[in-house]
Design a protein around this ligand. Structure first.
Ligand code: CAA
Length: 240
């Protein structure tokens, strides 16, 4: 039996590609989703990967969901905190609700996903935490004060967890995707998207599999000496 991996937001977009890539690499994968039952059912039909519904913004729901995964599949060893949303608006138009929704899902969601399994990882002395941050957490983005704050926050989380987890053989790393061909990016107005693509030196959006491969590498035994790091996969749009 392979190691057990949980991928939040693991049935669509980048998360679905991560779930599939980990499964192909031999992991027992559990894919969490927040609400889209139809997409989750289709995903299971296509991949055979079991899905679990809970809201990552809710600590108690996350704790219960993760406990269910462990009871079905065994102790979780790989945690991919991928679930994320956007509520883009220029700052002068951003509402407190738009701020809070994004903080609750994207940032508290990482705490809620990692914290319940952390004691088990420490006891068993193995763990891989991989957080999907963003290019826009590294450089900021017009109309994304909320989103950029959470994605920059992810980098603080992994750098701190890397220090706390090191003695227990737990690594914590981030992947910062640039603009990837997902529903989230396709929701950006076409004109804006075209202008974004013109700023990507490789001249195209990234593919979900290009992010999934980074995650699968960070989860592997080969990546054991890499912790507190960030892989930037953005087609050359921004160098850290
Ligand atoms: N830089 C500078 N100015 C910008 C701009 C930018 N990147 N984007 C828009 N503007 C300007 C427009 O030109 C316009 O200016 P004028 O008023 O002078 O014409 C103004 O801002 C738009 O103001 P509006 O009041 O019309 O804005 P709006 O309330 O309709 O909001 C928007 C529009 C939400 C900003 C929309 O343009 C948008 O969605 N932009 C994309 C934001 C973005 O890139 N989000 C990333 C999503 S993908 C993702 O997040 C994944 C990842 O991790 C990479």
């Amino acid at each position: 039996m392979g190691r057990v991996a949980i991928v939040t937001g693991g049935t669509r977009g980048i998360g679905a590609a991560i779930s599939k890539s980990l499964k192909a690499a031999g992991y027992e994968v559990a894919a969490n989703f927040g609400g889209n039952e139809e997409a989750a059912a289709k995903f299971t039909d296509e991949t055979g990967i079991k899905t679990y519904k809970w809201n990552v913004a809710d600590y108690e729901a996350s704790k219960a969901g993760l406990a269910q995964v462990e009871s079905d599949l065994g102790p979780i060893e790989v945690v991919v905190a991928n679930a994320g949303i956007t509520r883009d608006a220029p700052f002068h138009k951003m509402t407190p609700d738009q701020w809070k929704e994004v903080i609750d899902v994207n940032l508290s969601g990482v705490f809620n996903t990692v914290h319940p399994v952390w004691p088990g990882l420490r006891e068993r002395k193995f763990g891989r935490i991989i957080v999907i941050s963003s290019l826009n957490g590294q450089k900021g983005q017009f109309a994304q004060v909320n989103y950029a704050a959470t994605k920059a926050g992810d980098l603080g989380i992994i750098k701190s967890l890397a220090q706390e987890g090191a003695r227990a053989n737990i690594t914590a790393n981030a992947v910062c995707p640039g603009y990837i061909a997902t529903e989230m990016v396709m929701a950006v107005p076409e004109k804006v998207r075209e202008s974004i693509i013109s700023q990507i030196p490789v001249g195209r959006l990234g593919e979900v599999d290009e992010i999934a491969r980074c995650v699968t590498f960070l989860a592997s035994d080969d990546a054991g000496f890499i912790t507190g790091s960030t892989i930037s996969a953005n087609g050359g749009q921004f160098f850290v």
